[in-house]
Ligand binder design. Structure first.
Ligand code: NAP
Length: 299
């Protein structure tokens, strides 16, 4: 029996683990893909205090090592269900494993949002990508497009500009939401073209992507690209826990700033929680808050 089971091995979950272990709680972190969460795919992080510059993967590894150093146990499993039983919880996994815990912290993060276009699923992996760090190298010397106006899209475009012949950065507004410093860095690149006030209306090609149709200022045109990197934000990944905790209309966990849910013994942290700022720093802050709340609940 664990004191605290944490679902999600990103910055929120791993910070929870550090705090829970330091409070003397027997702690398990369950992660379904790879430890580090979304940040693991970030080419460069320069806004995490004390870290001047690191890749997201380096930062993720460092938090994982810190949690394990403090005594956290880790499992690579996908959690399918959390069942309340008596004073605790059974956390069931798709592979058949089950773990018992007295309290649970849900820090399951978010998954990439899709454009909802016809053939998007079919062309994913054959031209349509959601991670420039993972797939950018496949498009060396090619013309590609990035869609989105946040830091992810700006960073993806910068990364791809180092490898690709041409990068179209397509955004639906006239200004970006991401950091000005990244926008300035992109403006200095000869092979990056901003395509503003534009939406992607169709994905073109046979078995792999050969172009995209866009609508810009009411006019349709085609851009010939072999890669499209969709970076339009993330959506929460906690639908499976809907029976246990209350989700808002967008699917985020309802909780106060104290990370408590309406279910005793269940806490939430990080990007899956309803809040306004989703950064690594705020995920870590949530992790600390949720862990300390879980510890006082157990004590
Ligand atoms: P984001 O900040 O939510 O930006 C998503 C962008 O996609 C917005 O520009 C949005 O447009 C656009 N968008 C949303 N839905 C769309 C649709 N259906 N079609 C076309 N465009 C659409 O997401 P993010 O860039 O993934 O970043 C998420 C959080 O992580 C942010 O807080 C960001 O600062 C942070 N982040 C930090 C780092 C870092 O510090 N190293 C790196 C990456 C991300 P609108 O502007 O019109 O809404």
């Amino acid at each position: 029996m664990y004191d605290i089971i944490i679902i999600g091995g990103g910055p929120a979950g791993l910070t929870s683990a550090v705090y829970a272990c330091r409070a003397g709680k027997k702690t398990l972190v369950i992660e379904k893909n790879g430890f580090g969460g979304q940040i693991a795919w970030s080419p460069r992080v320069e806004n995490f205090p004390t870290v001047i510059s690191a890749t997201g993967a380096e930062l993720g590894d460092a938090i994982l090592n810190q949690a394990m150093e403090q005594g956290a146990e880790v499992e690579l499993e996908e959690v399918s269900e959390i069942v309340k039983n008596g004073g605790g919880f059974t956390v069931k996994c798709t592979g058949g494993a089950a773990f018992e815990g007295r309290a649970v912290i849900i820090a399951a993060g978010a998954k990439p949002r899709t454009l909802g276009l016809a053939r998007e699923d079919e062309l994913t992996g054959s031209g349509v990508c959601f991670c420039a760090v993972c797939d950018g190298a496949f498009y060396k010397g090619c013309d590609v497009a990035v869609n989105g106006g946040g830091n992810s899209a700006l960073q993806d475009a910068l990364l791809l500009s180092e490898k690709c012949s041409k990068v179209y950065l397509i955004h639906r507004r006239s200004g970006f939401r991401g950091e000005e410093k990244l926008v300035e860095a992109l403006k200095a690149k000869d092979n990056v073209e901003f395509v503003m006030n534009a939406s992607i209306t169709a994905l073109l090609g046979g078995s792999s992507l050969s172009g995209i149709e866009i609508e810009q200022n009411g006019e349709k045109k085609v851009l010939s690209v072999s890669g499209l990197f969709v970076a339009i934000g993330h959506a929460p990944d906690i639908k499976a826990f809907e029976g246990l905790i209350k989700l808002d209309e967008a699917g985020y966990a309802d909780s106060g700033e104290n990370c408590l849910t309406a279910t005793e013994g269940v806490f939430v942290a990080g990007d899956c929680r309803r809040k306004t700022v989703r950064q690594v720093t705020t995920a870590c802050a949530d992790g600390a808050t949720a862990a300390l709340a879980a510890c006082s609940y157990l004590n």
